[in-house]
Design a protein around this ligand. Structure first.
Ligand SMILES: Nc1nc2c(ncn2[C@@H]2O[C@H](COP(=O)(O)OP(=O)(O)OP(=O)(O)O)[C@@H](O)[C@H]2O)c(=O)[nH]1
Ligand SMILES: [Mg+2]
Length: 217
């Protein structure tokens, strides 16, 4: 069965271990908190079709492991991502201090133009906060990132985070700043084809240069 959407965006969720990346993805896809979340091994995947500014967009989201030992695996998924949620935990300064490294990786391995939203997660644990909103918003401004504090537990700002990122990518397409036809843009316009035709017409270059076929996931 073919799906209809105007665009497909490749998204990443990155940041240190234990910041709540998998819980954010689960909340966004399932609309509930993931109880007993374990460390991600390598990479997990989720997708959801959303409506943004009158356009139907399928978000193909790669939730990466934050643990150092998976870094070489997770880095191989960065290529060609259009957007990313860069997550830290507001109750852990250590995860905040690591942001510059994650940012460098994203801009080097995905694309210098990748649209990134910084998410200060676990907003519900305000009493244990180690990073202020102001400090993080300054960091975001200095590094040209959008910024939100989120809670995967209550759901606060989770949907907003993903949608804000998608909206910014669409604006870049509308303004001509981002060319969806360019290889590695992380964006694919709709292919309204039967599954067979879809496989047949996937350009060989896509298969050649991606670790996975963008259309077949
Ligand atoms: N209070 C609170 N706890 C959260 C929130 N998000 C995640 N957690 C908890 O934080 C822990 C880690 O969550 P995960 O989503 O597994 O973290 P992760 O970033 O995916 O970790 P890795 O896969 O190892 O990189 C779990 O015990 C969650 O229950 C949140 O918004 N609020
Ligand atoms: Mg995880």
């Amino acid at each position: 069965m073919s799906e209809t959407y105007d665009f497909l965006f490749k998204f990443l969720v990155i940041g240190s271990a234990g910041t709540g990346k998998s819980c954010l993805l689960h909340q966004f896809i399932e609309n509930k908190f993931k109880q007993d979340s374990n460390h991600t091994i390598g990479v997990e995947f989720g997708s959801r079709v959303v409506n943004v500014g009158g356009k139907t967009v399928k978000l193909q989201i790669w939730d990466t492991a934050g643990q150092e030992r998976f870094r070489s695996v997770t880095r191989s998924y960065y290529r060609g991502a259009a957007g990313a949620l860069l997550v830290y935990d507001i109750t852990s300064r250590e995860t905040y201090n690591a942001l510059s490294n994650w940012l460098t990786d994203a801009r080097t391995l995905a694309s210098p133009n990748i649209v990134i939203i910084l998410c200060g997660n676990k907003k519900d644990l305000d009493a244990d906060r180690e990073v202020t909103f102001l400090e993080a918003s300054r960091f975001a401004q200095e590094n040209e990132l959008m910024f939100l504090e989120t809670s995967a537990l209550t759901g606060e700002n989770v949907e907003e985070g993903f949608l804000k990122c998608a909206r910014t990518i669409l604006n870049k397409i509308d303004s001509g700043e981002l060319d969806p036809e360019r290889m590695g843009s992380g964006v694919r316009p709709r292919l309204n084809l039967s599954p067979q035709a879809h496989v047949d017409r996937t350009p060989p270059t896509v298969l050649q240069f991606s670790s996975r076929c963008f259309w077949c996931v």
